[in-house]
Design a protein around this ligand. Sequence first.
Ligand SMILES: [Zn+2]
Length: 153
Amino acid sequence: MAPAKTRGAITPGAKQKRMGYKETFWMACDSTEQLRAEYGPFHTRAEAESEAGKLGFSYLLRYEHVIGENDDIKEVRCIFIELPEPPRQLYMAEKLHTRCSTCGASAVHDYSWQAEVWADIHEFEHSRHRIRLFEQTRADGLKEVPGWRDACA
Ligand SMILES: [Zn+2]
């Protein structure tokens, strides 16, 4: 789904006849560049965050409008908030990590045959080094695959 353009201005809540009240709303956006895609507005950070997650956006933009006594916008403040975990990682293929427990050399692979080739070369170049294999999954992070070299020996 292509992100829609920013919808029109947010409707102000109950008009308050006092000076300097603030309206706050949230946008999901894909970068902090000038030419970024924004989606929203949302009234709460949680809504914006969940939408950012669906779109694969990594940032939230918090807008504050300072409203003057004549309901005019006196000041616009915006603050970028980087989401703790870039949502695009959710869409990445699972990775395989190899690490030599003898010398600490490590590498990342897309396919198990690449991990095996890496281990073969490393073991050929460094006799008796022991390679461990880890699978990176979304749910569990890095998880060791036990005995994988024994299986293909
Ligand atoms: Zn090694």
